[in-house]
Design a protein around this ligand. Sequence first.
Ligand SMILES: C[S@@+](CC[C@H](N)C(=O)[O-])C[C@H]1O[C@@H](n2cnc3c(N)ncnc32)[C@H](O)[C@@H]1O
Length: 289
Amino acid sequence: MNLGALIRQTERRLRAARLHYGHGTDNPRDEAAFLVLRGLGLPFDADLGRAADPAKVEALVEARIKKRIPAAYLLHEAWLAGLRFRIDRRVIVPRSHIAQLLAERLHPWLRRSPHRILDLCTGSGCLAILAARAFPRAEVHASDLSAAALAVARRNVNEYGMRKRIRLIRSDLFAALRGMRYDLIVSNPPYVASSEMRRLPAEYRYEPGLALAAGKDGLEVVRRLLADAPAHLFPSGRLVCEVGGGRKNVERAFPAMPFLWPKDEVFIAGRASMAAVSRMPSRRRSARG
Ligand SMILES: C[S@@+](CC[C@H](N)C(=O)[O-])C[C@H]1O[C@@H](n2cnc3c(N)ncnc32)[C@H](O)[C@@H]1O
């Protein structure tokens, strides 16, 4: 059998199994190509006419179908904005929308290049590494509550030769960052509401609950982040934060906040507006909510 035929056959099996996609690919064709090519240790542009042994990827395909394990965990790698990150179940599969914004150097959303950047809730370290590449002169801090996640981030930081540029810090949001200020804070925090957590497809159950769950309305972490970020931003500093499908929820919870939405899943807030809103009496803050 040749490689192209093996990918097509795998695609048919994945399609028939009615899997959930969203951990790096969004359809059975791309998922099959990812599993087969990377399972065989081949690049994405491999010659599809070359011979391929189905037995070599059978265990991977079976685990994807029968156990619903995301392909990225089976292969121990995920690709984001063209970069490969080594991952395992200590971190979520990288897929943040902030990656594309960083690849575009947050143009036109920043006035000038940031010198100090924080990636809060760094997980595998993917956004910290993308930020360090986008802004080569910046010093980057990357923090997470999970020591296990930070071990994965350390491996990726080392792999990209960024040990000197990215400092990894264990911290419950800003707790261990007292006195530190940044020009830019990026964050893809947990934002899944409890009711949604119960309904997630099986694939998500392989990811750490700490990385997804964010209380009754999914805003538990975002609320703390918005309250504490101003103290950690320079006057013209900005927070770039992912909230998934929670845009309406965020706008309802913070009606006075002038958010920018470069994508439906990501808002940008300036320090000055965040600080002004958090100084307002809470009744006025939610007056329109
Ligand atoms: C959705 S994942 C994002 C990981 C990575 N930034 C990405 O985009 O792939 C959220 C991360 O937040 C971390 N986390 C959860 N609660 C936290 C807290 N209170 N303080 C710091 N990090 C936290 C989790 O350990 C997890 O790694």
